[in-house]
Design a protein around this ligand. Structure first.
Ligand SMILES: *Cc1c(COP(=O)(O)O)cnc(C)c1O
Length: 371
């Protein structure tokens, strides 16, 4: 039995090795390592894949969020709602800009922000005298958040919505792709994400043309017209040409990889439903299947983990601790004193291998550990 990978980047590389290498060599030959033609070509490819009106590539998924918050003028005294069951970066960018993240609990079926908890967090932010500006919704494990409902709550309260789609590149709701589900969306091309590069990368998607121009300027030290003029305070938030060249090749393979991920999710569902709580996908939603996460009761989880370890099958627990209980974030406000769902899910969740190159034999071996 070969070693099963949690996310197999090696098999993918073997499949497209010559295309990747010639793409990299093209960049080495022309030498435009920054803002080479591959960067523009990749942005165009992302536009046609998602149908988003504007795409701005950038250095990583965290900077994508940071650039958007900068563009929205988020500052000290402002507050932004964030789910607590996410990677820390979602809240980190808010705090980094001296604003206050307000933590929201999640729905235990979708792992995305709970609507009632959003309402409570809005109330909480206002009662603390904070200037609530907007919310960052996360599409956890690849499943889009309920944007219809979130946008309704947001507009009733004069808030904007940013979609943190770092884990959900390629997902959709009723065939409408991520990148177009909210007015502003960010994603990440960190190697382990659904569309991963060979290093860091990210992108912002928006329907706001003025915002897009501003983002292009601040991603490159605030230079809107020429590199000698700095109209705004920005940062170095560019995507490298080599990374863009690699991602362009990987994007070609992506649709068939997404189909393969869905087929694996279907097989997991068939084998594991009734044994553990399998992912719930609302009607019309397409997950990007960044991770395949099940819920066990805690004795069961310990038992399955022991089996997986004995058989050298990799697994992960996303997340071991919600962000509002992390030392750096404990002091920030939350919708309620206890965010019950997120706190109890840490004891139940278990993520098992998910990538397009799992074989029938791999799957049989993995699901056998649940019996
Ligand atoms: C990975 C991730 C990020 C950060 O992306 P990087 O490219 O690693 O900076 C932000 N939000 C979520 C939900 C993520 O999973």
């Amino acid at each position: 039995m070969h070693q099963i990978a949690f996310i197999d980047l090696k098999k993918q590389y073997e499949k497209i090795q010559s295309d990747i290498e010639s793409a990299i060599h093209k960049v080495l030959a022309h030498g435009q390592y920054i803002f080479g033609p591959e960067v523009k070509a990749f942005e165009e490819a992302l536009k046609s894949y998602t149908q988003a009106p504007e795409v701005i590539s950038c250095s990583n998924g965290t900077d994508a969020l940071k650039l958007l918050l900068m563009a929205k003028g988020v500052k000290k005294g402002d507050a932004v709602l964030v789910p607590t069951f996410t990677f820390a970066a979602t809240a980190e960018v808010v705090a980094l800009l001296q604003a206050t993240p307000v933590f929201v609990d999640i729905c235990p079926n979708t792992y995305n922000m709970d609507l009632l908890s959003v309402e409570k967090a809005i109330h909480q932010a206002k009662s603390l005298g904070l200037n609530l500006k907007g919310m960052i919704a996360v599409d956890l494990f690849g499943l889009p958040a309920n944007y219809t409902a979130l946008k309704e709550i947001a507009s009733a309260n004069g808030l904007w919505v940013i979609s943190d789609a770092a884990q959900s590149f390629g997902s959709s709701i009723n065939d409408q792709k991520m990148g177009t589900l909210a007015e502003m969306t960010t994603t990440s091309f960190f190697p382990a994400k659904p569309l991963g590069g060979y290093g860091d990368g990210g992108a912002i998607f928006t329907s706001d043309l003025d915002l897009a121009d501003y983002l292009r300027a601040i991603r490159n030290h605030g230079s809107a017209k020429s590199r000698y003029d700095h109209e705004y305070i920005g940062l170095n938030g560019r995507l490298d040409s080599i990374q863009a060249a690699i991602l362009l090749e990987k994007l070609k393979l992506f649709p068939e990889e997404l189909t393969a991920r869905q087929a694996i999710a279907n097989q997991y569902e068939k084998a594991l439903a009734g044994i553990v709580k399998t992912p719930f996908i609302p009607k019309g939603y397409q997950s990007a299947w960044a991770l395949y996460t099940v819920q066990c009761d805690s004795d069961q989880r310990a038992h399955v983990i022991k089996n997986l370890e004995n058989n050298h099958i990799p697994y992960n627990i996303y997340y071991r601790k919600p962000v509002h209980l992390q030392p750096a974030y404990e002091a920030f406000p939350r919708a309620e004193k206890k965010l019950t769902q997120a706190e109890s899910l840490t004891e139940k969740v278990l993520s098992i291998p998910m990538h397009p190159y799992l074989t029938e034999e791999d799957l049989a071996h993995i699901v056998a550990q649940f019996n």
